[in-house]
Write a protein that binds this ligand. Structure first.
Ligand code: SF4
Length: 415
């Protein structure tokens, strides 16, 4: 193994010293089960996200569970859950992770999430995971799967091939076959065989979560003054980190409070945000978007919950899972539907009554950047204003971003 890809012992920090210990969460997740207010939930979410040692996964393990890291954008979480494994959204290292080893191993022209994910693997921060799934969404994710196979050989890594032809009769059988190949690895990790009835039960759990996520998105769409962008984002983000049986009642309590909130409509400009479907923008950037006077009424955050509104569970649940993925029209950067993307962005603008579009794309994210070209053409054809900004996981200054956003707002206000 080349020197650059050697692992540091767990617990050893990137500079060779002790890694920060990270926050501790009770094995029964009582902090989250007992969180009554949205403020409490959001505070907990901030703490969890600020800690790149996956505290929710460590808590799950301390109760004897096993966990599977799922790289964005789409992994059939229901399958993982059906084996009583915790599917965990691996969405980068965030702002608090110092990159040192991965920078030396990967080119400087790659997105931040690829480097932070590798950094976490090289520095033992992914030790609480038993397996990893990398959907083939781009060359970067494909290569990460190969690298993980080499550097963490004791823990299975699986590359999930996803279809890009959504009209062929062979597409659903192809995806079912892909799921079966993943199942074989999950059976080894879980030490138990696949069960259709367990998958059916898991599909029900995730359908419940999806319905609540949609309620939250609708609340944000219809009454964006009731839930801030950061609150909305953090409540969604918890959904990929907590056991779903903990997240579902938490979201129910949050919705109940948010619906009753009495806040004033600020008359901000309604926009949709396109691009952050994989790497995640910083919380500061989200705050800035709202501070300058924008209401985000549609976005691509946390698509793992939002591939389809509901999965119709038929006789064969594996087939149902594949059919839902294939038949739900989702136009985001990692799904190849070039002929419909222009129409899709316009229909999203219309459906949300948006006054403009904010492209927030991760730096060096090819799938997102390629789509911006298609979207812009359609928007220009209708005279809909847009702004394109790039972000990275770690940003130190937001002055330039603030200036761009303020100019965008003014251009709409004084048009
Ligand atoms: S941010 Fe873009 S380029 Fe990077 S892994 Fe995600 S989809 Fe691929």
């Amino acid at each position: 193994m080349p020197e650059l890809l050697q692992l540091r012992p767990p617990g050893e920090g990137p500079e060779g010293g002790e890694a920060p210990p990270g926050i501790e969460i009770s094995p029964d997740f009582r902090e989250f089960r007992q969180a009554e207010s949205v403020d409490q939930m959001v505070r907990l979410a901030r703490e969890v996200l600020a800690d790149p040692t996956f505290p929710t996964v460590r808590a799950w393990r301390s109760a004897g569970g096993k966990a599977v890291g799922c790289f964005p954008v789409y992994t059939p979480q229901e399958l993982v859950h059906s084996f009583a494994l915790l599917p965990v959204a691996m969405q980068g290292g965030g702002e608090n992770l110092e990159i040192s080893r991965a920078d030396a191993a990967l080119g400087s022209f790659l997105c931040s999430i690829s480097k932070s994910t590798l950094e976490m693997a090289l520095t033992g921060r992914l030790d609480p995971f038993d397996a990893f799934v990398f959907p083939y969404i781009c060359d970067v994710s494909r290569n990460l799967d190969g690298i993980f196979t080499r550097i963490l050989p004791q823990r299975p890594s699986h590359m999930l091939h996803l279809p890009q032809n959504f009209t062929s009769p062979a597409t659903i059988p192809f995806l079912v076959a892909e799921y079966r190949s993943l199942i074989r690895k999950l059976e080894r990790v879980a030490g138990r065989p696949f069960s259709e009835s367990d998958l059916r039960a898991s599909l029900e759990v995730f359908n419940t979560q999806r319905a609540l996520v949609e309620q939250l998105a609708e609340l944000r769409r219809e009454t964006p003054w009731k839930v801030t962008l950061q609150e909305y984002y953090l409540l969604l983000r918890l959904g990929g980190l907590l056991p779903r049986e903990v997240h579902i009642p938490l979201l129910e309590r949050a919705l109940s409070e948010l619906k009753r909130r009495d806040r004033k409509n600020k008359d901000a400009i309604r926009v949709i945000v396109i691009g952050p479907f994989c790497e995640q923008p910083t919380l500061e950037l989200l705050q800035l978007v709202e501070d300058v006077g924008l209401y985000v009424v549609g976005e691509e955050f946390q698509m793992l919950h939002r591939w389809c509104p509901q999965i119709t569970i038929g006789k064969d649940p594996l087939q149902s899972l594949a059919a839902a993925y294939v038949r739900t029209p989702v136009d985001i950067g990692v799904r190849s539907t070039p002929t419909t993307k222009g129409a899709a962005v316009l229909s999203r603008v219309d459906a949300t009554n948006a006054q403009g579009v904010l492209f927030l794309t991760a730096k060096f994210c090819e799938p997102a950047l390629e789509d911006v070209v298609l979207y812009r053409r359609a928007l220009e054809g209708r005279g809909i204003p847009y702004l394109h900004m790039e972000f990275e996981e770690k940003s130190t200054t937001y002055e330039q971003a603030r200036l761009q956003l303020e100019t965008f707002v003014e251009s709409i206000l004084f048009d």
